[in-house]
Design a protein around this ligand. Structure first.
Ligand code: GLC
Length: 473
């Protein structure tokens, strides 16, 4: 289907939230389907060569993990109006700097984040060490504009690292190259002496972060404005990073390819062979935004996680803690519901592999080897059509057009209950299911297949036996 903007709008109007969920699936797979050709990754430099040679080993835990927590926390959290407040509102630096003195987070707030993450089924965390505002959350020797020397009087990055490890989670550092505070942060584009100073400062900060906190698992660069990769000396930057942390993985936002792509606020599978991670907010802001109440539902989050896993990607879901470090209650509520779902269904997520699937209106899919997981997020229950159509009997029926391999057995993950089914070349019908969804926000049916599963209803469209122009009954 060609998703022109008007088709998209009328689809959303017609199907509402369910339509949006299905649309996310279609859109993601639309890109995924076109991407069955392997990604070309020219190894242009010795660093790249080494990165590529060690990539599978370095990334194994991350591919298995699938689900991480992003944390945006800084001085902007005190204003509580989105992390871009300084720039969007034009707050002068001498005003903004005053916040640094009034930042007094509660002790060990990070421990709460880590607990919430673990309970949600997230396996790693990525915290803003320095966002665009330029304030360093750790005890750096390179500027006084840091948590140790200002209000907090503590190294907030150290607390975070210790909290993540205490909850058994992998540790990631977000680092914004763009810096709105540093005197050379903009002029470096045109003034070579300023560029030299700013690049040395930047490399120095990254060196500290990767030297003083033990083993770090992810380095998550952000916004490379205003310099090019060559001007940032990003090759040399990554060389230093891998020298300090040989097992680390890095993203692609310092102007180089890095180990993984970072689609933001949408789900988009990279070409086969290229790792990717969708980062997304829980409401509409990364940093704490007091009155942003556009919270995504657990159903949307679970479905997004499934869509990422289906495309072989990861899902990095953000929280924006309050100034004292508390996680907003609305975020906790959603993450707890997701965690409850993961208690039953995580085996369909962790370690799952990229699969071929297109958009469906009731269900989404993941797979592991030859096992297919059908995640029904819009439970069909009873349909009046069952009165006349054998197709919908015995109720309830979950029917999937275009399942590729032969199914051997099926069961509900929630209860372990065996599920009866029929299968012909067009439709795979799971029958006699409960009328009410056994699990929320999605019920997972585990289907053992005789080979690697894929689902593609559009592939069978040309194969339908057609009848007359008149009705055939
Ligand atoms: C964008 C935003 C930034 C946020 C990031 C997360 O780059 O500018 O505020 O930290 O997305 O991916």
């Amino acid at each position: 289907m060609d998703w022109s903007e008007s088709t998209r709008r009328s689809f959303l109007k017609q199907f509402g939230a369910a339509g949006a969920a299905a649309l996310a699936v279609t859109k993601a797979e639309g890109l995924g389907l076109g991407a069955q050709t392997p990604a070309s990754q020219p190894a242009s430099t010795p660093t790249d060569q080494k990165q590529i040679a060690t990539r599978d080993a370095r990334m194994a835990w991350w591919h298995e993990a699938k689900f991480g927590m992003f944390i945006h926390w800084g001085l902007y959290s005190i204003i509580g109006q989105h992390e871009w407040a300084k720039e969007h509102q034009g707050v002068p630096i001498p005003q903004y700097e005053i916040l640094a003195k009034h930042h007094h987070p509660k002790p060990n707030a990070a421990r709460d984040w880590a607990r919430v993450a673990r309970r949600a089924g997230q396996k790693y965390m990525v915290m803003t060490t320095k966002h665009h505002e330029g304030f360093c959350n750790w005890d750096t020797k390179l500027t006084d504009y840091n948590a140790m020397k200002q209000g907090p009087g503590r190294d907030l990055v150290r607390e975070y690292v210790e909290a993540a490890r205490a909850e058994g989670l992998r540790v990631g550092f977000y680092y914004s190259l763009m810096d709105w505070h540093h005197p050379d942060g903009a002029i470096c584009k045109t003034d070579e002496a300023a560029r030299r100073r700013f690049v040395d400062y930047t490399h120095g900060l990254i060196r500290e972060l990767l030297t003083n906190y033990g083993k770090i698992d992810v380095l998550w660069y952000d916004v490379s404005w205003p310099l090019t990769a060559a001007q940032w000396e990003s090759e040399r930057m990554n060389e230093m990073v891998f020298e300090l942390q040989p097992d680390i993985i890095v993203n692609n936002r310092n102007g180089l390819e890095g180990d993984f792509a970072t689609p933001e606020q949408h789900i988009e599978a990279s070409a086969v062979g290229r790792a990717w991670e969708s980062c997304m907010t829980l409401n509409e802001s990364w940093g704490f935004n007091r009155t942003d109440d556009q919270w995504k539902t657990p159903k949307t989050i679970v479905n997004n996680l499934i869509t990422c896993a289906r495309g072989g990607g990861n899902y990095l879901l953000n929280i924006g803690p309050e100034p004292d470090g508390s996680v907003p209650p609305a975020s906790i509520e959603v993450l707890e519901a997701v965690g409850k779902w993961m208690d039953t269904n995580s085996k369909a997520i962790y370690g799952s592999e990229r699969m071929l699937a297109d958009g469906y209106a009731l269900e989404n899919f993941t797979r592991k080897g030859t096992t297919l997981y059908v995640h029904v997020y819009n439970w069909p229950g009873h349909t009046p059509a069952a009165e006349w159509l054998d197709f919908y009997k015995p109720e309830a029926v979950v029917a999937i057009g275009g399942l590729k391999p032969k199914a051997l057995s099926a069961r509900l993950l929630k209860t372990g209950q065996k599920v009866e089914f029929t299968q012909d070349e067009f439709s795979f019908r799971l029958t006699g299911l409960p009328l009410v969804a056994p699990d929320q926000p999605a019920t997972t049916i585990e289907v053992e297949c005789d080979s690697e599963p894929g689902v593609d209803h559009s592939a069978m469209r040309p194969l339908w036996p057609r009848y007359k122009v008149d009705i055939s009954i």
